[in-house]
Design a protein around this ligand. Structure first.
Ligand code: ATP
Length: 294
């Protein structure tokens, strides 16, 4: 087991931010934590990395409690750029981590080369752009070749070129066996990196298996759309009018069952298209158009 989060609760005063969060990561993968502003994503990531204490619940990383300092050999948390010192160079930051964790000079330069920051490594961080800072933070986070890498909004504020590069690096890290847990608002980017998404809503996680069902739907063109909508709804099949098409969310019902209902009511099927919902559409379906805090 790479990560186990069990029944984590956290309140700030009367505000209950996390109401019993549980999930497990069993094998190396990329998992995204998605939710509206203020839904508790940072709170949850800070609790997992023991920067914040939960009111109750348990977190274990590779079988050890997250309170055991030994876990930091195996996990890394990519912090935001407030942890950087403007008057130090990128190399100074990496060397500091190298000294603390016993990482060789060669490993530092190899990692910097791989991330692509070598050309500005000896410049002071005060002269870095936001994208350069994000790349340095990522290099700092992967220096110890972590088994679990946690990132809070790693694509935040990046221009498209930098965002693409960071995304590619995450995919490469995953291919080399690193498990990645990241939070993000950039849903289009998330879609390109992973389809495993934990949606945080009202302090609770929307379970993945429900989402996987909702991920696929069908759009039908029929000769009598009003009648088709009404007969399918009578059979409690979730449908939605999409212009001249009828969208059917499968949620446990089979396509064969839908065809039989239409046939029974003498409704002709003229066209059928399978739709895989992107993260953005799934997000809107769960949180509503605005995705405001609920
Ligand atoms: N130290 C704190 N004291 C009081 N309330 C806090 C504190 N930190 C967070 N909160 C509140 O907890 C809620 C969750 O905040 P959190 O930063 O975890 O959400 P988030 O999903 O990461 O938001 P965003 O996407 O905007 O970064 C918010 O309502 C926030 O105001």
């Amino acid at each position: 087991m790479i990560l186990s989060v069990k029944d984590v609760h956290k309140s700030y005063g009367k505000e209950k931010v996390l109401k019993g969060i549980s999930f497990e990561i069993e094998k190396p993968q990329i998992i995204a934590l998605v939710g509206p502003n203020g839904s508790g994503k940072s709170t949850l990531l800070n609790i997992i990395t023991n920067l914040l204490t939960a009111d109750s619940g348990n977190v274990t990383v590779l079988g050890k409690s997250n309170r055991n300092p030994d876990i930091f050999k195996d996990i890394s948390f990519m912090q935001d750029n407030s942890v950087l010192y403007e008057y130090l160079t990128g190399y100074d930051h990496l060397q500091f981590i190298g000294d603390v964790q016993g990482i060789s000079r060669k490993q530092i330069t190899d990692t910097a080369d791989w991330i692509g920051i070598s050309s500005y490594l000896n410049k002071k961080v005060g002269n870095y752009s936001l994208g350069m800072k994000q790349h340095l933070l990522l290099t700092m986070a992967v220096l110890n070749a972590p088994k679990l890498l946690i990132l809070d909004e790693p694509l935040n504020g990046l221009d498209p070129t930098s965002a693409i590069r960071v995304r590619e690096l995450l995919v490469e890290l995953h291919k080399s066996g690193t498990t990645i847990l990241l939070s993000s608002h950039n849903l289009a980017e998330i879609d390109r990196v992973t389809s495993t998404i934990l949606f945080l809503k009202n302090g609770e996680l929307i379970k993945e298996n429900i989402l996987q069902h909702e991920n696929i739907c069908y759009e039908l063109v029929v000769n009598d759309i009003v009648k088709a909508q009404s007969v399918l709804e009578e059979e409690t099949i979730p449908v939605e009018l999409m212009g001249s098409k009828l969208r059917i969310y499968m949620e446990g019902s089979s396509l064969g069952g839908v065809f039989r209902i239409l046939e029974k009511h003498e409704i002709k099927l003229l066209d059928l298209e399978k739709i895989v919902l992107g993260t953005e559409e799934r997000y809107q379906k769960i949180f509503g158009e605005k995705g405001d805090k609920q």
